[in-house]
Design a protein around this ligand. Structure first.
Ligand code: NAD
Length: 443
């Protein structure tokens, strides 16, 4: 039997040992799915803290219940390690390490390169390696493959390489790793075969594409699509503001069209590890080919200006109350980058807070999911949402629309609410003046 056939058999019989490199928002849910599907799973991470936590049966990822981790650790289906020698045991390895941007907004491939080198040191005949990290088209072939061919491996014969973008949507109660279709593309058809077989063992729907570049670009299309549409609807909020039209009413009415329209909502800007970053991977790649991706750049420009737009709204609204921003007490409600999650990475709330403080405001924040934020070495503590707190605030700025927040309490006690998410729609009206993104209700 060829290495390909042996590996396929091991996967089909659940005899393969799977390693996941990088146990964060993407890697941990994936490792848990593999283990639930019956494989022995090794989680490898460079963070001793993460590894210790998981081996104690705890979870640092909101969407992965600690009870799942504890049960799999107890059943010896999952163990975490910082010891790369354990990768020798693996028949298949998924890499889910960060792909941030550098200071100049160019891709920072250092984590992927480090992970590829680590994995390649443990390459053996019959090993499948799948990159899951979001990246520019060409990464698997240009960055991962040389780490293996440089050690004499023949890709498609003794080692198998593929790319499969992760689509996890943190906090989504309906779609999670198992029931979100997974796109897979290999360097060769044999690589795709084994990677498809691996994911079919634990994901409901697997979509085979013809190359690693196609699979890489699928993810960038998805996230560029979101960035561009959010940018467009954010611009629509600015347009409505200038026209004195309620953007939320326009959007809700447009969304009644049963075809040819997809609802996106405006807000204070975009955040997280994906939408603000991923399109820049595509823009960077295209710059190397002398092509400027105009949609990417324009959406990024509009989205990144939204925090300043919100702060201007706060400033004008306070001004109407004859108050300067300087010295005003402002409560920022919600700092996570989106609803019902505990992730503050790239959150527009951080920009809103920074800009308000630059103007002299005294800013407090409340977020039911986040008790502290650390930025530039500075630790900031959240506060409890109480009637007294709201009473004592000159303005409340709703940045993230967490469902568990008592917005009626805010409405009952605030003087001024700058509502960037339309959470006040449908609440009982009070003395509070509500200023929306398109400010038709401003006094
Ligand atoms: N978070 C999301 O919602 C999401 C969704 C889809 C795709 N992605 C993509 O998935 C990738 C991973 O993102 P994430 O959010 O899971 O990141 P994360 O920061 O939550 O986790 C990454 C983990 O990798 C570990 N790590 C770093 N370098 C390592 C190395 N050399 N070897 C082993 N472990 C290493 C870190 O310690 C960390 O635990 C990124 O490319 C991201 O763009 C993220």
């Amino acid at each position: 039997m060829t290495a390909h056939d042996v590996l396929l058999r091991k996967i089909q019989d659940r005899k393969a040992t799977i390693a996941v490199v990088g146990l964060g928002y993407v890697g941990l849910p994936l490792a848990v799915e593999f283990a639930k599907a019956g494989f022995n799973v090794i989680g490898y991470d460079v963070s001793q803290r993460v590894v210790d936590l998981l081996n104690e049966g705890k979870s640092h990822i909101q969407d992965v219940p600690a009870s799942d981790v504890a049960a799999l650790v107890k059943a010896k289906k999952f163990s975490a390690t910082t010891d790369e020698a354990r990768l020798d045991e693996a028949d298949a390895i998924s890499i889910a390490v960060p792909t941030p941007l550098g200071k100049t907004r160019d891709p920072d491939m250092s984590y992927v390169q480090a992970a590829a080198s680590t994995v390649a040191r443990h390459a053996h005949t019959g090993l499948l390696v799948v990159l899951e990290s979001t990246t520019y088209p060409g990464t698997t072939r240009e960055v991962i493959m040389p780490a293996f061919t440089g050690r004499g491996c023949v890709v498609g014969e003794d080692v198998f390489l593929a790319f499969s973008p992760e689509r996890v949507d943190p906090g989504n109660p309906t779609y999670h790793t198992k029931n979100t279709p997974k796109v897979v593309g290999g360097i060769t058809p044999a690589c795709t075969d084994v990677a498809v077989a691996l994911y079919e063992s634990c994901i409901d729907t697997v979509v085979r594409v013809s190359s690693t570049e196609t699979a890489e670009l699928v993810k960038l299309l998805e996230n560029t699509f979101r960035s561009v549409n959010i940018g467009m609807v954010n611009e629509m909020a600015i347009v409505c503001d200038k026209l004195g039209v309620d953007v939320w009413e326009v959007i809700d009415a447009a969304a009644t069209k049963p075809f040819g329209y997809m609802k996106f909502t405006p807000g204070p800007g975009i955040g997280g590890h994906c939408i603000p970053l991923d399109p820049h991977y595509l823009a960077w790649k295209m710059r190397t080919l002398n092509y400027k991706t105009r949609f990417v750049d324009l959406a990024s420009e509009i989205n990144s200006q939204m925090p300043a737009f919100v702060v201007e709204k706060v400033s004008l609204a306070l001004n109407a109350d004859k108050k300067p921003v300087n010295g005003s007490k402002i409560l920022v409600l919600g700092v996570a980058y989106k609803r019902d999650i505990d992730d503050v990475r790239e959150s527009p709330a951080l920009d809103v807070i920074r800009l308000l403080e630059e103007h002299g405001a005294v800013v407090a924040f409340h977020d039911p999911f986040i008790s502290t934020i650390r930025e530039d070495g500075h630790l900031r503590h959240g506060v409890d949402l109480t009637p007294e707190l709201v009473d004592g605030s000159d303005a409340v700025v709703v940045v993230t629309d967490h469902r568990s927040v008592d917005y009626q309490l805010v409405m009952n006690h605030a003087t001024l609410i700058v509502d960037t998410r339309n959470v006040t729609k449908g609440l009982v009206k009070t003395k509070a003046r509500v200023v929306s993104l398109s400010d038709v209700t401003a006094a």
